[in-house]
Design a protein around this ligand. Structure first.
Ligand code: AMP
Length: 427
């Protein structure tokens, strides 16, 4: 047997319905907020993420599935979607085509991380981005969209964290304040943090090493070092969130692992997830579009992990597994031909119909009907053919009723109205 690659997994029937449920709710919600889908390639030029996600990030330094293709070009499987959506926005001049460029995409992302529950090497994200809106009301609307997603999915124990990481005006002085507050303590931090202190001190807040935590807890907070414009923006975001009635907590540790964030950052956690408790994360990235060769436009968005949303669904989420409306059983060659015709008619009428392919006994066909979960069987034999009828069997009670061949579709529709059978279209 050849097993799936470590850190990847198959989403099998039984679970794939849960994915469809999450994706359907997300799509309908995003559309209500004015977002349109973009499907970007899974493979991109490596430099897109080196420039976009950032050279100093763990993602770019350690986790990319990057390689040289047969034409000698450096490419990578995408580790996240934001740089791809920015590239598509710039490459196709979407701002000339859309009143407000609000885009979403969903699909697999690839990071060479240590696999564990809720963390995979191929995982899937829902990604939402809007370009060119500077006002704090869009930050709040984006957070509201993320919160609504989690609420509409019925996720319990969700908590919203927000922060502001400032902008290129105030970030340097905050970084300097961090380094000076660290002082001699920098030597006592882990190797990653010592490196971060030199390259991007803000990233020290991402550290999970227990021994570092007491030192990190004493560090100054970004929100106390914001320039006036960033402080005004952050308080406006909070006012909007208050007006929406969305509960949140300011987390000074929330700097997020990517280089491009400016001002607002946010995350939604769920206590039901265990160690990998982040359902989604996002923020504003006002410099990124320009860095990637586009016009000077602001951006804000978030990415949610679909695996984690699926894991966090409540037990009683109304997830439907599509059972057949009817199983058509047939005895004899003539009846089997008629059964195939009937199944085709039923399917054309929008009903889910299955049949036996192997000419098995009626007993074993009834077993198959049961295993498939069909509430009804339509039985065809020589008798039925002679009378132009079908015997309809209620699989639960075993009751059988003869029905005229031409009335079969209506009968099944009526009998399975609770199963979501489509009603007849007026002719
Ligand atoms: P990020 O792009 O790192 O900000 O992650 C956004 C969201 O994607 C996280 O909150 C997780 O829900 C999900 N996520 C990130 N990395 C992984 C992974 N390796 N496996 C599963 N989900 C992930």
């Amino acid at each position: 047997m050849i097993a799936a690659v470590r850190g990847t997994r198959d989403i099998l029937p039984g679970e794939s319905e849960r994915w469809q449920y999450v994706e359907d709710i997300a799509r309908r919600l995003f559309e209500r907020y004015g977002y349109a889908e973009v499907r970007t390639p899974i493979i991109e030029r490596e430099e897109l993420f080196a420039k976009g996600t950032g050279e100093t990030t763990d993602i770019v330094q350690k986790e990319m599935y990057a390689f040289t293709d047969k034409g000698g070009e450096r490419v990578t499987l995408r580790p996240e979607a934001t740089p791809s959506l920015v590239r598509a926005f710039v490459e196709h001049h979407l701002e000339q085509q859309m009143a407000v460029p609000k885009l979403y995409c969903l699909g697999p992302m690839f990071r060479y991380e240590r696999p564990q529950k809720g963390r995979y090497r191929q995982f899937h994200q829902l990604d939402v981005e809007v370009f060119g809106v500077e006002d704090a009301s869009i930050d709040a609307e984006m957070i509201d969209l993320a919160w609504s997603l989690v609420r509409e999915l019925g996720v319990r124990e969700a908590e919203l964290l927000i922060n502001s990481v400032g902008c290129p005006v105030c970030r340097p002085s905050f970084s300097a304040a961090l380094v000076s507050a660290l002082g001699e303590d920098v030597a006592r931090l882990c190797a990653d943090c010592r490196r971060r202190a030199g390259t991007n001190p803000l990233r020290i807040f991402d550290c999970k090493v227990p021994a570092d935590q007491p030192i990190i807890d004493r560090l100054p907070h970004a929100v106390d070092h914001l320039c006036e414009a960033c402080a005004t923006h952050f308080s406006a975001v909070q006012q909007h969130l208050d007006a929406y009635g969305i509960p949140y907590r300011i987390s000074h540790r929330l700097v997020r692992g990517l280089d491009y964030y400016t001002r607002t950052t946010f995350e939604i956690l769920s206590g039901s997830l265990g160690a990998q408790n982040a359902l989604l994360g996002g923020g504003r990235y006002d410099g990124l579009v320009k860095v990637l060769g586009g016009p000077d436009r602001t951006g804000i968005g978030f990415a949610a992990g679909i695996e984690r949303l699926v894991l966090a669904l409540p037990e009683d989420a109304p997830i439907e597994v599509a059972r057949p409306h009817v199983f058509v059983a047939a005895i004899g060659d003539a009846a089997r031909r008629e059964a195939a015709r009937l199944v085709k008619e039923l399917r054309s009428a929008g009903l889910r119909a299955q049949l036996d392919y192997e000419g098995r006994s009626i007993r074993s066909q009834m077993k198959t009907a049961d295993r498939a979960g069909a509430p009804l069987a339509a039985i065809l034999g020589d008798d039925e053919l002679a009378k132009n009828e079908v015997t309809m069997r209620n699989m639960a009670s075993g009751d059988q009723t003869p029905i005229a061949r031409r009335d079969v579709i209506d009968y099944i529709r009526l009998a399975s109205a609770d199963e979501g059978a489509p009603m007849a279209q007026p002719e």
